[in-house]
Design a protein around this ligand. Structure first.
Ligand SMILES: Nc1nc2c(ncn2[C@@H]2O[C@H](COP(=O)(O)OP(=O)(O)OP(=O)(O)O)[C@@H](O)[C@H]2O)c(=O)[nH]1
Ligand SMILES: [Mg+2]
Length: 456
């Protein structure tokens, strides 16, 4: 996981609050001291570190934790919101007949990122993607990119013998005209100089590239902020990819410094392989960092939107791996209470509920319609059927469909949805830290639950 060191440091500092329900000055001081160290070790700058720690401290003093919530969980919630605030909002990039130029200094990961992005948008957005290798300085760049994308469906255009980037781009665009999304890899530089700015401008206008993304290595820590802001000002970057967040202790510094320049971080690179790319969404990123699996966010909606106790109870059921249609039904009822799926979705880990969290707006609208339909279908099921959806055979499907006035296919769709959700829940049950945290939260909250159903 990216920023593992920071994650550990935060847990260590919050452990000073133990399972307290009243604030003890000495413990609070120990905690803030330890937290300050953790943030500095992750290379957050002095000002941001100070800001986060001071805000946590004052909010701990001023805000009462909700009933049943320990100070530790309370501190975690505050820290979550503060870190998300520092890392800024998510970018809303959606490629559509677009051309993207990747730019950056030497060895930052441009070529690797070109391949990663191509695969990402092909796979997740179902787009026809092509890449153009326009780096005429690095020997073997075309071979490198071709190799990274070997066996994929992505068209790789290059002219290893041509010495003029503009020519390659011109020919490349003609050759890839049928693609929905074209990504152009460019040559690296030592520093952002006028030559680079001019070359970028030339290629960008030639390619009519509406997107120019800067690729930047997280290992440089806070210094990434300086690079990002000069590129942002001089070359007008529209997005940033922060690479090599795996295996660097300084990633927190890179992310926060880049976010502070106001240039949106669109993706992060978390490994050398083509699949090692993530979309950067600060809320998801931070909740994972804090081991919350985003469920904390869900609980944080209480009390205005959600019955906290119900949320906890349901979460515990979800974690237990015993996940019936009734549980999914309750989950839906909760969604209805929350109002819009969108709001809830922003708190669920990606992939949960069959990938609903990463759905597009249109998909979510379709989902809302589905929920209503599921409800009707489940209303014509028996309790046993809702408990054992896997055992529902053809004749029962027929009866349920008739009772609900829907087609049999729709009943099977519901069961399929349940089956995918259950798999996802099982996956979450395997997350030991999350389990431990959930158990702690439930203990702290004095929840009464059936301990037998917990797998830990
Ligand atoms: N661990 C890790 N390594 C990465 C990541 N992204 C790229 N790399 C590695 O970083 C090195 C440089 O990556 P390239 O993609 O060649 O970088 P570049 O910016 O195209 O380099 P030049 O074309 O020479 O300027 C390679 O060894 C990559 O495997 C990442 O997210 N994590
Ligand atoms: Mg390269």
């Amino acid at each position: 996981m990216a920023l593992e060191g920071l994650s550990k440091g935060i847990f260590r500092s919050l452990s000073f609050l133990k399972s307290r329900r009243t604030l003890d000055e000495a413990e609070l001081r120990e905690m803030t001291k330890s937290l300050r160290r953790a943030l500095q070790e992750a290379d957050f700058n002095v000002r941001q570190t100070k800001e986060i720690v001071e805000r946590l401290e004052s909010r701990m003093r001023e805000e009462e934790p909700r009933t049943g919530i320990t100070l530790q969980t309370h501190a975690m919630n505050i820290l979550y919101t503060e870190l998300v605030r520092i890392l800024g909002p998510a970018s809303q990039f959606r490629p559509q007949n677009s051309t993207l130029l990747l730019v950056g200094l030497y060895g930052q990961g441009k070529t690797t990122t070109t391949a990663k992005l191509a695969e990402w948008y092909r796979r997740r957005h179902g787009l026809r993607v092509a890449v153009i290798e326009a780096d005429v300085h690095r020997p073997g760049a075309f071979a490198q990119l071709s190799q990274l994308l070997e066996g994929s469906n992505i068209q790789v255009y290059g002219e290893p013998e041509t010495k003029d980037a503009a020519t390659i781009v011109r020919n490349g665009l003609a050759a890839t005209a049928s693609a929905d999304f074209v990504i152009v890899d460019t040559a690296g530089r030592h520093e952002l100089d006028t030559e680079l700015v001019e070359e970028l401008d030339a290629i960008a206008s030639l390619a009519q590239a509406e997107e120019r993304w800067l690729v930047i290595d997280a290992q440089v820590g806070q210094a990434a902020g300086h690079v990002a802001s000069s590129f942002h000002q001089l070359a007008g970057v529209t997005g940033i990819v922060v690479t090599k967040l795996d295996g660097t202790a300084r990633g927190g510094g890179a992310l926060s410094a880049v976010a502070a320049t106001g240039a949106p971080i669109v993706h992060i690179g978390v490994g050398e392989q083509v699949k090692d790319l993530e979309k950067f969404e600060s809320d998801r990123f931070i909740s994972r960092l804090l081991g919350m699996g985003d469920i904390q966010g869900l609980i944080d909606l209480a009390p205005e939107d959600l019955d906290e106790e119900e949320a906890l109870r349901l979460t515990q059921r979800l974690m237990s791996g015993r996940f019936t249609l009734n549980d999914m039904y309750k989950q839906m009822e909760m969604m209805a209470k929350v109002g819009t799926i969108d709001k809830l979705m922003s708190f669920l880990p990606g992939g949960m509920l069959g990938g609903m969290a990463s759905a597009s707006k249109a998909q979510k609208e379709a989902m809302q319609a589905n929920l209503d339909k599921y409800r009707v279908i489940m209303d014509s099921m028996t309790t046993w059927e809702k408990n054992e959806p896997a055992k529902i055979k053809v004749d029962r499907v027929r009866r349920i469909a008739r009772g609900a006035g829907v087609r049999e296919k729709e009943v099977r769709e519901l069961i399929g949805q349940w089956s995918r959700s259950r798999k996802m829940m099982k996956g979450m049950g395997g997350n030991r830290r999350l389990n431990k945290q959930m158990r702690q939260m439930m203990k702290d909250g004095d929840m009464d639950f059936d301990g037998d159903s917990l797998p830990f």
